[in-house]
Design a protein around this ligand. Structure first.
Ligand SMILES: [Zn+2]
Length: 240
């Protein structure tokens, strides 16, 4: 059952990436939508799940939220380090391809965890498994869309973006299959969700959205962002 569901995740991810690469002539709209999808996934899906799974407080603050802030800072740090290294090599101002690959790599790691979450939930029970599976499959459109967009945004070749997309599509299947071998503590999953949420929000707010408005400060781009958030809300509402 878990592997069958993972197949749905696989196809949904590819579909998201396919849509992203079909609309490259409307780049600012694509980026606006990606920013909205990321904000929606972070605020409406990852954070609520993280708070539910990792409830412990550290010095008055929920652990999941500390990791959320930590994820934001680490993403900022990585982006700065790569940019500085690029400048030291005398390269011209502009996008750093490694940032795109690192971000897409994080998306692939996240999708692996999505698959592990599906498998782990089915270990708890059929009902729990179905709920988590639906949540993963419905947001995998956003995962695929963002993986392709992030890779190509930073000047990586289309071939690389497609490779990252394929890796992102295979990851949930591999993750779900791997849970035959081990079980994961729920608290770890919650901490991870918080951390990934922080990193994703950084990418959306500091990279994707400014880029979306860089050349075309347009109302249609803003509408795409709001539509992205609304899409995730709709998916969350349909599943819960
Ligand atoms: Zn995901």
């Amino acid at each position: 059952m878990a592997v069958f569901v993972a197949l749905g995740a696989f196809l949904m991810t590819l579909f998201g990436g396919w849509v992203a690469q079909r609309v490259t002539d409307r780049r600012h709209l694509v980026l606006g939508l990606a920013g909205g999808l990321m904000l929606g996934v972070v605020g409406l899906e990852l954070l609520p799940e993280a708070l539910e799974a990792a409830g412990d407080e550290v010095f008055g603050v929920p652990q999941a939220l500390l990791l959320f802030v930590g994820g934001f800072l680490v993403a900022h740090l990585v982006e700065r380090l790569l940019a500085v290294r690029r400048a030291a090599h005398g390269a011209s101002e502009g996008r750093v391809p490694q940032v795109g690959l690192t971000a897409a790599g994080a998306m692939v790691g996240h999708s692996l965890m999505d698959g592990i979450a599906i498998g782990a939930a089915f270990q708890v029970g059929e009902g729990m498994g179905t709920t988590v599976a639906l949540a993963v499959v419905t947001h995998d459109f956003a995962d695929g869309f963002n993986t392709y967009t992030l890779t190509s945004l930073y000047g990586n070749a289309r071939r690389k973006a497609l490779a990252m997309l394929f890796a992102d599509a295979v990851a949930p299947v591999a993750g779900a299959a791997s849970t035959v071998l081990f079980t994961l503590p729920g608290e770890f999953l919650g901490s991870y969700l918080g951390f990934f949420g922080g990193a994703l929000l950084y990418l959306a707010a500091a990279e994707i959205l400014p880029e979306a408005h860089h050349e075309h400060p347009a109302r249609s781009t803003l509408l795409c962002t709001v539509a992205g958030v609304a899409f995730i809300w709709l998916m969350v509402g349909l599943v819960s």
